[in-house]
Design a protein around this ligand. Structure first.
Ligand SMILES: C[S@@+](CC[C@H](N)C(=O)[O-])C[C@H]1O[C@@H](n2cnc3c(N)ncnc32)[C@H](O)[C@@H]1O
Length: 206
């Protein structure tokens, strides 16, 4: 089962290897402005690093987390800017500590890949770790997605998503719903929220 999953992710990394950074990440980085001092950003479920490379290119210190050792192995074969500061961690993102004051938590097409309780606990930790003006960028899945109901995944309605994002300014909140295919060529109905959110204030616990 685990081997099947790992083989599946390896095929995914092969397919998407040369894709550019995600639009959500680029928007968040543009809004954050230049990397400051020793500020840290983190990528949860980084895969083989299409977003990590861009964070490093812009001068950020990056913590890159993925549960698949193969993802981080492939990440480390990429070309990085000289003198960059990358900390790769093989772990489930539900378990990894978030550095307090992290300026950006990015999770492109990854954060919903955990149980609903874990998703909500992780989101609470992200809310607490981000400083005012810190950003979250990434995708969450909606209930009309054809994967809805799969064990080990989380789906949130538009209203739930907006409630979770209370206390944040939404710099991007785009709902996409379309028939398409997965990177591995399977037919799929996508229901996705593309999110870039700026923490506005010391957010209350949810
Ligand atoms: C769809 S891929 C996205 C990869 C990359 N962020 C991108 O945008 O191309 C999801 C990644 O999340 C990782 N992943 C899934 N569940 C995870 C978890 N609970 N903790 C850490 N990584 C996880 C997978 O190994 C995979 O590399």
């Amino acid at each position: 089962m685990t081997e099947d999953r790992s083989a599946g992710w390896a095929a995914y990394y092969d397919k998407l290897r040369d894709r550019p950074p995600r639009r959500t990440l680029l928007t968040a980085l543009d809004r954050l402005g230049p990397a400051s001092g020793d500020s840290v950003v983190i990528d949860l479920g980084c895969g083989d690093g299409r977003d990590v490379v861009e964070m490093l290119r812009r001068g950020w210190r990056v913590i890159a987390v993925d549960a698949e050792p193969e993802a981080l192995k492939r990440l480390q074969t990429r070309t990085f800017p000289a003198g960059c500061d990358l900390t790769p961690i093989v772990a489930r993102f539900e378990d990894v500590p978030l550095p307090l004051g992290v300026k950006l938590v990015n999770s492109s097409f990854a954060m919903p890949l955990c149980e609903p309780d874990a998703f909500r606990r992780l989101w609470q930790r992200i809310r607490e770790a981000l400083p005012v003006d810190g950003r979250f960028s990434g995708q969450w899945y909606g209930p009309r997605d054809s994967w809805s109901g799969r064990p080990g995944m989380t789906f949130v309605s538009r209203d739930e998503a907006l409630a979770l994002l209370d206390g944040f300014d939404l710099e991007m909140f785009e709902e996409e719903e379309a028939d398409g295919v997965t990177p591995r060529g399977n037919a799929k109905h996508w229901h996705i929220f593309h999110i870039v959110a700026r923490k506005r204030e010391d957010t209350p616990r949810q």
